[in-house]
Design a protein around this ligand. Structure first.
Ligand SMILES: [Zn+2]
Length: 281
């Protein structure tokens, strides 16, 4: 039987399972998402997610399965987003993020939030429909703000979350609350977590963060006070760092950079002026 939308040669597919995909470390040092033409794809997928069509007319699908397939070649290996995001090209990372985000959403929305009955997948993975009440549920994205706060001396405010290991510092971050603008969210979060007041707020960039369904909105924020009072609930410790102090702390191993794929790294690097060390940690 023809499998509509999956005909070769203009369709490429890959398997996603539990947030993991297969990646392949190439001899030239690059790493690729392992994709196959549709006719080679496993036919027993649980669900199929349409991820889009590129400028060359190639369509991409993720097949959601209970486990990753056997290795298609010797060098392929399973990887989650935190690892693969550091290695894959922007295109492959975007495909993987999309697939992982849909998989997370599907997993968490098996039941109708209106009537409680079971929902079924529709629209190539982009809708879950309730067969009892007819409600259609769409993938959701939860906005979160992440901000590099600087003071009048151009020092950066970095904090350590309560569940992070000793020495792991990063930008402050938090979820946008209902009825709040994202700028208000930046001001509130910084004050709640570190007791620092904020004046000017400048949007920088965003990043999808499917753990499980966030969109991280990155900002630079200028402090109007410098005294730190951590909340102790989300942030255990916060400090002002000059560039020299941060460089020395990295050197001494007192401070570990944030996880490499996070937008936090990019915000800090833009202030710091050069790449952070040990990006893969
Ligand atoms: Zn329902």
């Amino acid at each position: 039987m023809a499998r509509s939308g999956l005909e070769p040669p203009t369709t490429r597919v890959f398997v996603v399972s539990g947030g993991q995909v297969l990646i392949d470390d190439r001899p030239d040092g690059t790493t690729e998402l392992v994709m196959t033409p549709a006719f080679e794809a496993p036919v027993t997928e649980t669900h199929r997610y349409f991820l889009g069509t590129d400028a060359d007319g190639v369509s991409y699908f993720a097949l959601q399965k209970d486990s990753l397939p056997g290795r298609m070649d010797q060098s392929a290996r399973p990887a989650g987003l935190r690892e693969a995001g550091l290695l894959l090209s922007d295109r492959d990372t975007a495909l993987m993020v999309h697939a992982v985000a849909l998989e997370n959403w599907q997993r968490l929305h098996r039941f109708c939030s209106r009537c409680g009955e079971r929902t079924v997948i529709a629209a190539a993975g982009h809708i879950r429909r309730c067969q009892a009440c007819g409600a259609e549920h769409y993938p959701r994205t939860d906005p979160a703000v992440i901000m590099l706060v600087t003071d009048e001396h151009d020092r950066a405010l970095l904090g350590r979350q309560v569940h992070w290991p000793e020495g792991r510092f990063s930008t402050l971050a938090g979820f946008v609350e209902p009825g709040e603008s994202i700028e208000q969210s930046v001001v509130r979060e910084v004050f709640e977590e570190a007791g620092v007041t904020i004046g000017e707020v400048e949007y920088v960039a965003s990043q999808p963060w499917p753990f499980p369904s966030s969109l991280m909105l990155g900002f630079f924020a200028r402090a109007t006070s410098s005294e730190i009072t951590v909340d102790g609930e989300e942030i255990h410790e916060a400090r002002w760092f000059s560039r020299e102090e941060l460089a020395a702390a990295f050197e001494a191993g007192e401070v570990l950079p944030p996880y490499g794929i996070s937008i936090a790294s990019r915000l800090i690097e833009r202030w710091y002026g050069r790449p952070l060390r040990s990006r893969a940690t």
